[in-house]
Design a protein around this ligand. Sequence first.
Ligand code: NAD
Length: 368
Amino acid sequence: MEELISTLTKEGKHPTIFGSITASGHERVVHYYDKFTGLKAIVAIHSTVLGPSLGGARMWNYTSEEEALVDVLRLSKGMTYKSAITGLDLGGGKAVIIGDAKKIKTEALLRSYGRFIETLKGIYITAADVNTDMRDMEYISKETQYVVGLPTLQGGSGDPSLVTAYGTYLGIKAATKKVYGNDSLCGKKVGVEGVGKVGASLVGHLCKEGAEVYAADISQKNLAEVTKKHPVKVVQPGEIYDLAIDIYAPCALGATINDGTIERLNCQIIGGAANNQLEDEIRHSSMLRERNIVYIPDFLISAGGVINVYTELWGEYSKELAYQRTEDIYKISLEVLKIAEEEYISTHEAAKKLAEQRIDSIQNAHLS
Ligand code: NAD
């Protein structure tokens, strides 16, 4: 990603689309415009070495087309690593739909998006993401077979958040084992930033095990819901970085691990579901290593959601199978921590190495 950003900004030159795509190593990037519905979408396919690329469709009111392109390139690359490290036979892809969901989202627009996805003939499989949900996937499924994350009543895997939260909880436990010698969270102080769909479910797992949970959110509604169910202490959003806690769990937005927050963090472990937590992957993962903060890479710890939809792809969806596969996050996290320690590298580098080894071995053996 750093290469991509520098290609986009080098010497203040205007980026070229091909320059950006080349820098990020993508296989294919497809732009789509439909004059009837006004749909503007970009699908980025980063890799299909392990299988068809899969990733959600994000609807966002980007300030420019450039910003949308950067986002879809970054997110699709992350999906390649997410699926590779967890052993899924999937590549990485992502879609962005440009516009304000509150204004543009209609059945016609979603079905137009579905027709676009169908033209890609299965090299990209779409799913829900920010501002798209199961209901939207139902509309999309009227036009394409290459969609997952449908409601359970339709044979789909439903909302992935609970499985994502379970995987996040297991990643946190693996880090706890590494730092404290056993993986019990009883009495551990955990700061959960963002108690939306994933964060609230994570709080449930943590409280059940006797952790002392601090929650921060900008939504009073979500805070009220979580405090009604669990004995959590509410803190202000910015306050969470200064709290003396064992574990910081980012479950809201990306890029919260940055120059401004790393200095302030007063925890031993970072493990949360938010995507793209490190503002600068290389720099900030090294800074965490120097500060002896054990970080479980976001693309590994939040993989429960993709594992869930992957299960839907192979015949009838099985919740048991999805949870069973998600349990692998615990042992893969331990493996990443071991590699990082043995090779004196950050956990982010170790996880990327593990994912890349799998991709390279399958590519070299021509097994895809
Ligand atoms: P969500 O929208 O349900 O929850 C996000 C929560 O964060 C909301 O309660 C929101 O109010 C809060 N928030 C926003 N800005 C904040 C801030 N500055 N400080 C504190 N709280 C803030 O989303 P979600 O589905 O729970 O996903 C959470 C994160 O996990 C996202 O980054 C998402 O991309 C990632 N993720 C989710 C899944 C999944 O299965 N839902 C899978 C993988 C990754």
